[in-house]
Design a protein around this ligand. Structure first.
Ligand code: UN1
Length: 512
């Protein structure tokens, strides 16, 4: 029996105007949840409810809010297998990865529960006597969080946990094709004791969400937007928030490069390329885009990489497989379009392309009733190719060559994204030279492009984001605003810059 779920605003179920069926991409006939979709007015109303609830939530002492975060972590841990099974069922992520994803929520809670007892401000010396300066971190108000479904619970937790800890209220709009996983996580957060209205979940399509956000920004009931999704939508959200003098935390696409130096350990590089290219069926924003391999090791690398890809296990995500299906039909359709970017000068070295079927199996797997696709390695990619320049969300990796490290760095930066990157080398000089030159927010050395840890800054530059960073202490600047306070206890009006003591130096002094 499939679940029926609807938006929850202020602790109450909200009206739906449409229904969406979230299906299991490994067996597309199976409905995981029937999701009631709300309209723009409901989204805006949720933001007003959040605004009211936020006032009281901000008064709860931060250490007490930290205890709520601790409880969320415990609840998620106690429900880890259930939640991970649901993620696997709904978006087809291999179970081991789903468990890792759930682990990432717990890691995030572990980090922020202590922040409740820090949220440090500063004491700062004044330029005048008998005057004290302080800084305080204030909550921003209401955060509207709009997330993708490839990480249906971990990535939302990067926004939700610090936002709530800092004393904000949240309206969360998850991807509809991952609605059941999101709803389950929402229930765990609420069970930790969050007062009604502090966290609200609204299911809506893109157009209604955008309309609702526009209304809410106009009414002054949203002070921050957290968005994870495509560069195209990110641009629109950035424009909208900018028009209302608010800021967005944008985590967008990637065309993540992996540079392989002639001194690299090739087997390690192959393992890294396999996981970051085809783990999660290539559907991470940190997934590998293009391998940029030194021309002297190109043939050897491509041969080993292609073999590893051909021998990889694809299939039922409940089993021990490298990759399951694509997230949803919408993603499969888009991925099929990327396959049309393969041109006559390219060489597909991995075998078949397209959907895995009885007539086109991957090993002994015939794809069953699911959205399973062949992993594709395209050699001979040129810097002017669409395949090289644009994100191709899904299981396809390009390969190109270089002569000098500077040339490799130029190629790596060329598409204009800047989320993640990787270099395989045994020479520290190369690693640091690469780090300095690469435009990405994240750099891996002898590791895949994906798999960032939950307490490092996560985020991109260029087409990958607006420079905002999630995770760790860095995200605090997204969910708080600094307030500066000065307190003069001299009993007189001391004017800054004017009533300041001066000590006169002898600037003409020189050593004999
Ligand atoms: C994403 O795909 O939006 O580093 C995030 C990684 C994961 C997060 C990916 N921890 O690959």
């Amino acid at each position: 029996m499939s679940r029926q779920i609807v938006s929850v605003v202020g602790g109450k179920e909200a009206a739906a105007v449409d229904t969406y069926e979230s299906t299991n991409p490994a067996r597309t006939g199976e409905v995981v949840a029937r999701v009631g979709l709300a309209d723009a007015d409901t989204f805006a109303a949720a933001c007003r409810t959040a605004k009211d609830a936020q006032r009281e939530w901000a008064k709860v002492p931060a250490p007490v809010r930290g205890r709520v975060i601790a409880s969320i972590g415990r609840l998620v841990e106690a429900n880890a297998e259930r939640l991970a099974r649901l993620v696997t069922e709904e978006i087809g992520k291999p179970y081991a990865e789903s468990l890792g994803e759930v682990r990432e929520i717990v890691d995030t809670c572990d980090f922020f529960l202590g922040e409740g007892r820090r949220l440090y401000g500063q004491t700062v010396p004044s330029e005048m006597p008998d005057k004290n300066l302080f800084t305080f971190r204030n909550p921003i108000g209401v955060a509207a969080v709009i997330t993708a479904g490839n990480f249906p619970v971990a990535v939302p937790s990067w926004y939700l946990v610090p936002a709530l800890l800092c004393g904000n209220a949240v309206v969360w709009k998850p991807a509809e094709y991952a609605a059941a996983s999101a709803h389950a996580m929402f229930q765990l957060f609420v069970a930790a004791g969050l007062p009604d209205g502090v966290l609200n979940i609204v299911f809506a399509d893109g157009a209604e969400t955008f309309g609702g956000l526009e209304l809410a920004l106009g009414e002054g009931s949203v002070q921050k937007v957290g968005f994870t999704g495509s560069s195209e939508v990110g641009r629109k959200i950035g424009e909208l928030t900018g028009r209302h003098l608010q800021s967005a935390c944008l985590e967008l696409g990637g065309k993540n490069p992996m540079v392989i130096m002639p001194d690299a350990e090739l087997d390690l590089a192959v393992e890294g390329a396999l996981f970051s290219g085809f783990g999660t069926a290539g559907q991470r924003c940190t997934s590998l885009g293009t391998v940029i391999v030194h021309e002297s090791v190109h043939d050897e690398f491509v041969e080993r990489f292609a073999r590893a890809v051909r021998e990889s296990r694809i299939g039922d995500p409940a089993q021990d497989v490298l990759a399951g299906p694509l997230l949803d039909q919408k993603f499969a359709d888009r991925y099929e379009e990327y396959l049309t970017w393969i041109e006559p000068h390219h060489k597909v070295v991995s075998g078949n392309i397209g959907k895995i079927t009885e007539d086109s199996p991957h090993g002994d797997f015939d794809g069953g009733q699911g959205l399973f696709y062949h992993p594709v390695v395209v050699d001979g990619v040129k810097a002017t190719d669409r395949l090289f320049l644009e994100e191709t969300f899904g299981p396809i990796v390009g390969v190109t060559t270089f002569r000098t490290l500077d040339e490799a760095i130029e190629l790596a930066n060329l598409p204009g994204y800047g989320l993640s990157s990787s270099i395989y080398t045994t020479d520290p000089k190369h690693a640091f030279h690469f780090r300095e030159g690469i435009s990405a927010g994240m750099v891996s050395v002898n590791n895949s492009t994906s798999g960032a840890e939950a307490h490092l800054p996560f985020g991109g530059n260029g087409k990958s984001g607006n420079g905002s960073r999630q995770s760790g202490m860095w995200v605090l600047d997204q969910f708080t605003r600094w307030q500066a306070m000065n307190w003069d206890h001299s009993g007189r009006l001391q004017k800054a810059q004017m009533d300041v003591a001066e000590i006169t130096p002898d600037l003409a002094f020189r050593l004999p």
